[in-house]
Structure formats: structure tokens, C-alpha cells
Design a protein around this ligand. Sequence first.
Ligand code: PSV
Ligand code: MN
Ligand code: MN
Length: 391
Amino acid sequence: MTASPNELVERIAGFTIETQSWGYVSTGTRFKVFNTPGTPRTVHEKVDDAALVHRLTGVTPTVALHIPWDRTDYAELRRYAEEQGVRIGSISPNIFQDDDYHHGSFTNPDPAIRAKAVATSVECVGIMRTTGSKQLSMWVADGTNYPGQGDFRRRRAWLQDSLQQVYDALDPDMSMILEYKLFEPAFYHTDISDWGQSLLLCQELGDRANVLVDLGHHALGVNIEHIVATLLGQRRLGGFDLNGKRYADDDLMVGSTNPYELFLIMAEITHALADPDPGIAAGAADVLFKIDQCAMVEEKLPAMLRSIEACQIAYAKSLLIDRDELRKAQDTGDVVGANTLVDSAFQTDVRPFLWQARELLGGPADPLRAYLDSGLPERLAAERIGAPAGW
Ligand code: PSV
Ligand code: MN
Ligand code: MN
């Protein structure tokens, strides 16, 4: 049995994605940051763009902030966002850009720097109270470039201790989502390099610490859907940073190079949502889908709309896997039959269901076309003069 057409349309309409403030500005590579016309100049203009994307798609009701990139009067920003029709979503403390973090943040040998990184993160918990945010999204950039540069176990103890102080500052209705990354900015070792490192930290922290899977943070060829299934089984999958990658942390448009991988990841989610164990299903229902892409040469708003559509397509296709037949094929050793069932869901053109879902939500059938034909790109380009390059 697969989802009926009506169910499919309703499920697509109910599948929400968080966009991120830093996805609307000019980022780039270490070689050059290019600006595109109409780029937001302030956090309010980033929120305007997030609200526009929500009006066009109907499925992006929250926008993530990165602090201090988005430093402002947070109570006022919350009101402003809500007036525009969106809410403030997850908050990410930025503990990697100050000169003080030359030799790390939570794992810095200097206790005063570790305390500063903890204080910055705890400050973000206060911001969450003001904005109504529920997830503290933590990325720790610490690592070393050379053998001998750091003592792994000593750093680990500092890391656990610092994270615990931040975790303990959370309110009972808040959670921490803890990201891992194989390499970059460090190249010999990263203190939270993979899902296992993150999971171990989360297990020690407490029930409201969960792993964040950024699709660009693995070695090539790693089976991300298997990691996702494992974390779902442990009830420790907190969310995703969604982006597309060819090599590593490319931060390209979601699904632009690897739509099959995206589909297989979504298939683990929708499979868990239907799990007879209510704990597994509830864990899957709480997963945060956040975009974490950076526009290097592309137009930002169109790129965001493309990524949202890619997520919707992958999600919808995953609901077309005939789970009963797949179970039979698995249990009878029908290898080719099982793979064919998964593949035939992936091969289905689900765009007509997306159009119906958008109709149900009261928006345009083709958000990207509607945006391009609206006159807004020209208006924003004329109004927003002097956008800064970079965050
Ligand atoms: C680090 O590469 C990362 O994926 C983290 O999620 C940061 O918050 C984000 O990128 C900044 O773009
Ligand atoms: Mn990320
Ligand atoms: Mn990244």
C-alpha cells in the first residue's frame, strides 16, 4: 500500500521546512564573494525574504538565525517577523569567528576562552526565550591541523563540560541539536567529526540533545540514509541541515546533484513516521528540516525556492514506496524486486501532487515562476542598493 492521491497532497502540504537567514545573503568561497542584485542588507530584509518564500510556498513558516550575524533587538524582530507571517526558528551561536577562537572555542586550552564560548551560547538561549525559538543549533568548529597539536581526550572532556553548561541553561521545552562535520576548518581532526561523536555527546548531555545531520558533512560515498535510520532508531535524530554536495560541504542547492540520496533519506523519515512503535514515530515527527545552503553565484531567492521544491519532491516520492510489498520482497530474499519497488517510487513524477498541495495552501502552483513574473526581482534590485558581501 502506498499513500492515496489525496493523502499524498495533504502530506506534502503539511511538510514544513525552515529556511535560514544566511541563505538570503551573499556568501561565496574564500576566493571571492559575489553579490547578486536585490540582496538583503539587514536582518529585517532577510526576514522579509523568508516571509516572501513562505507566502510563495506555504511550507516555510520559520527562519533560522545565526548570532551574531543577525544581532538586533530580538523582541522587535520577533514582532516584525510575525507581522510578516513567519516565526523565528532555530538559533545558532557563532563561536568560530572571533580572534579569541584562534585555538578553538569549547576545546580551547584557555579556560577563559572556553567560558566565553559557553557565555555566547547561553546568551543564545536567552535570545530563544525572547524570539520563542525551541532549538539551539550547535556547530562546534574546533579541531586541529597536525598530529600532536592537541590532546584528544583532554579536549573531549572540555567539550563535554562546555556543552553541558549550555544544555543545562535550556528551558524544559527547548532542545539542543548538535552538528558534526568531518573536516574544515580543521584538516587533521575535528572534535565532533561524525554522527557517533555527536551521539555520544548527546547521550551524556540528556534527553533533549539530539544529532543534527548536515548533508554536506560526510566523506564521499558515506551512506547517509543508514546514519539517519540508526539515529531514528535511537530517537536521537534532531534535524537536518539540507544542502546539495558533489564533494563535501559545498552548500549547493538541495538535491541539485544527488536527488536519489535525498529521496532515500526522506524514505527513512517517512518509514519511521509510520512505525508501529509510537516512540519512533514521535521522534521522526519532531525532526527539524532546515536549509543550510549558501549562494555563491546563483540568485538567492530562486535558489531557495528550488531547494524547497527538491525537498518536497523527495518527500512525496518517498511516500510512494509500497511498504507492504517491500517487506514481502525483503523477507523472501527478492533482492531485485525490493530494489525495483524503491526505484519505481523514485521514478514517479510527483509534481502534479505538488501543484495540488500548493493550491490547497492557497499559493501559486509554480512559486519560482510566480516570483520571477511578479516584478519583485526588479523592485528588490532597485531598492536594495549597497548590500554587504559576506555574512
Ligand atoms: C558549518 O559548515 C555549517 O554547516 C554550520 O551549520 C553553520 O551553522 C553553517 O555551516 C554556516 O553556514
Ligand atoms: Mn550546517
Ligand atoms: Mn556546513
